[in-house]
Design a binder for this molecule. Structure first.
Ligand code: SF4
Ligand code: SF4
Length: 112
């Protein structure tokens, strides 16, 4: 890399705004219209399992007996297909951060 190109890069890095944020102290603002994560209003859920059957990545699991709705956040690709299919309209795509997942296969549970 020629000397002047390197100097320009160094100066920009020294005096420019950082490209990263001090997350979680400073959360990034989501761009309008961007997809975030699936949320459920579980009190409206009928546990029909339609979302589970429609999910292309098998991220959802619904148990009608125990009235538990689960999502594996690491499998979810935020395609919104489940929300479009839900007859009760209790699924929605929310912007913002979802709770952190610490190990593969970990699920987030919602009880009625
Ligand atoms: S499709 Fe909707 S109502 Fe049916 S189980 Fe899924 S979230 Fe609940
Ligand atoms: S957004 Fe797509 S991948 Fe994620 S749970 Fe819904 S259907 Fe599955």
């Amino acid at each position: 890399m020629p000397f002047f190109t390197i100097s320009k890069t160094i100066l920009r890095s020294l005096f420019g705004r950082p490209a990263t944020l001090m997350y979680p102290a400073v959360p990034r603002e989501y761009v309008e219209g961007s997809r975030g994560h699936i949320e459920i209003a579980v009190e409206s859920c009928s546990f029909c399992s339609l979302c589970q059957r429609k999910c292309p990545t098998e991220a959802l699991s619904v148990d009608r007996e125990t009235k538990i709705w689960k999502i594996d956040r690491l499998r979810c690709i935020a395609c919104n297909f489940c929300a479009e299919a839900c007859p009760k309209k209790c699924l929605s795509m929310a912007t913002g951060y979802s709770p952190a997942v610490t190990s593969p296969g970990e699920t987030e549970e919602h009880h009625a």
